[in-house]
Write a protein that binds this ligand. Structure first.
Ligand SMILES: Nc1ncnc2c1ncn2[C@@H]1O[C@H](COP(=O)(O)OP(=O)(O)O)[C@@H](O)[C@H]1O
Ligand SMILES: [Mg+2]
Length: 254
């Protein structure tokens, strides 16, 4: 597929000595909900052009991390640098305009609104080139064009996930964060969703996703971080993590 205005090339923004700077760099991130310490000093990087996955059981802190990067959580310390700029504490709408987006856990589509209106909501922070972005999303997901006037509650689970991803694409993101895309979907539909993420990545989108479905996610991603109770306990290439005995025992059912 030819690149277009929605595609986000991962060239440029060289760091020190011409080495490309990471698109997202998190250092010693701590997040609390009252007295609950959800993240206890997490550091990780996402380079331009990568798919990176956060693997972890329920409660590990994956959603907290993604929401904190987006700018939703209040009690945050540490550093979050996106595209060379510190964004910790910055409001989510500003971060979306800067190129961040989050496809939330459970999709977060508005069930009583039409597919088209859900998509248009994704562009509300950046109404430039809306028609081009919409056509682009319909190219990615022809089923959404077909169903554009239907209310979202009439969509299947897989179609809702496509709508949630399509809505994120409407904001012309440079980093797409996707929280547990496979949750609640049939295995064959999960394969479709991961195939879409890989295609988006091949077109230049950088992706950070979280998953409990470690096997399929690691097959899709370049690298991964294993999270346990608010900490990163292991990091490496997907191949390394797929072959790690601890990962196999805890997350791959081996
Ligand atoms: N809004 C909240 N209020 C209080 N505690 C929360 C809230 N959201 C998450 N937590 C707690 O923070 C920890 C991390 O949760 P979460 O980020 O949702 O993990 P995951 O997405 O990996 O399942 C858990 O102990 C969870 O109970
Ligand atoms: Mg979660």
């Amino acid at each position: 597929m030819a690149s277009s205005s929605t595609a986000a090339p991962f060239r440029g923004n060289r760091g020190v000595g011409g080495i490309p700077a990471p698109l997202l760099s998190i250092t010693s991130l701590c997040v609390s909900y009252g007295h609950i310490r959800a993240l206890k000093g997490v550091s990780l990087e996402v380079n331009r052009g990568e798919i990176v996955v956060l693997i972890g059981a329920n409660g590990a802190g994956k959603t907290t991390l993604l929401e904190s990067v987006l700018g939703i959580n209040a009690q945050v310390t540490g550093s979050v640098v996106f595209d060379g700029k510190s964004i910790r504490g910055r409001a989510a709408d500003r971060n979306v305009r800067a190129g961040l987006c989050l496809v939330p856990e459970g999709r977060g589509v508005f069930a009583s609104m039409s597919v088209l209106d859900n998509l248009l909501l994704g562009a509300h922070n950046n109404m430039r080139n809306v028609t081009a972005h919409l056509n682009r999303v319909y190219e990615w997901f022809p089923i959404l064009r077909k169903r554009r006037d239907q209310v979202a509650r009439t969509l299947s689970g897989g179609e809702r996930q496509m709508l949630a991803i399509g809505r994120a694409l409407m904001s012309a993101p440079r980093l797409i964060m996707v929280d547990e895309p496979s949750i609640g979907l049939a295995p064959i539909v999960v394969n479709d969703i991961f195939a879409i993420l890989k295609k988006l990545n091949a077109e230049g989108y950088t992706i950070l996703l979280s998953e409990q479905n470690a096997y399929k996610a690691l097959q899709c991603a370049h690298r991964g971080y294993v999270m346990e109770t608010g900490l990163v306990t292991l990091a490496g290439s997907s191949e390394r993590l797929l072959n790690d005995p601890g990962v196999k025992a805890a997350y791959l059912g081996a």
